[in-house]
Design a protein around this ligand. Sequence first.
Ligand code: BMA
Length: 326
Amino acid sequence: MARIIGKELPNIPWQEPDGTEKLPVWRYQGNPIIERFATRNSNSIFNSAVVPYEDGFAGVFRCDSKSISMDIFTGFSKDGIRWEISDEPIVLQGACPEVAQREFRYDPRVCFIEDRYYVTWCNGYSGYPTIGLGYTFDFKSFVQLENAFLPFNRNGVLFPRKIQGKYYMLSRPSDNGHTPFGDIFISESPDLTYWGRHRLVMKTIKGDESAWQSTKIGAGSVPIETDEGWLLIYHGVINTCNGFVYRMGCALLDLEEPWKVKKRTKKYILGPHELYECVGDVPNVVFPCAALTDAATGRIAIYYGCADTVTGLAFTTVDRLLAYMD
Ligand code: BMA
């Protein structure tokens, strides 16, 4: 039995599997949990991040508007399933005016470190995507820091604690379009401003050994600390004659040297099979951005974007994921 190192979360949203599941991850039966028109102006709400907060949950949500501008919005929930999402985007304060100038913001992740909730997102800077970074204590006021990296970069995901005194962030260097390549890298920082000692963590797998992750991969949820290593849930992409297909996999990274991969799934753990994952603004996408965990039971609840349109919830356990890795 692997052990999650972290807090207990007795109110984690949860549904037992019904016994017919063919994959280690099973869906919430009420999916999608957030509809595309859940806020006044939204065209779609997906690729979003949630954390335990006070006696319930809070999150940062990607809502694309009906003019298709991409921005990030707060949301609150008592049970992690029914969400109240703000009609107005997050206002970020504190950054130097050049960095603060909003162009586009999407695919947020939220990571609690020490005393506050850090938010990372894909941030438009001078027309280029890079990793935006900010923090909040209360999901009401947000402070923006310097962008973490040079463009072009996406899928910036922080580790939830310092490792040997340093902050770590995963990311996926990319291009200015719908990137047809991409591997996961890690960077180190003493202060969340200056990032360096960049290392490769893992690459796509070419050929037919694990073709679902042959075009690009990107970190998904904040890595989950276990006694066997950091459990990372990520997305993998294959290019088909009908475009990209996004699936979910997981890997186990070394606790002290997290650029070392101990195990990784050859088979995907969830793929776009349900109608709301196969049909939407971008078909055939499941895109994980957050996971809640309960250290007492090993339960994991994954929040993921479905077809770039709605938000889904799925469940697994640390033991199922570890047993599924090669
Ligand atoms: C990626 C990102 C994600 C999106 C995915 C599928 O490049 O833009 O936000 O979910 O493509 O369209």
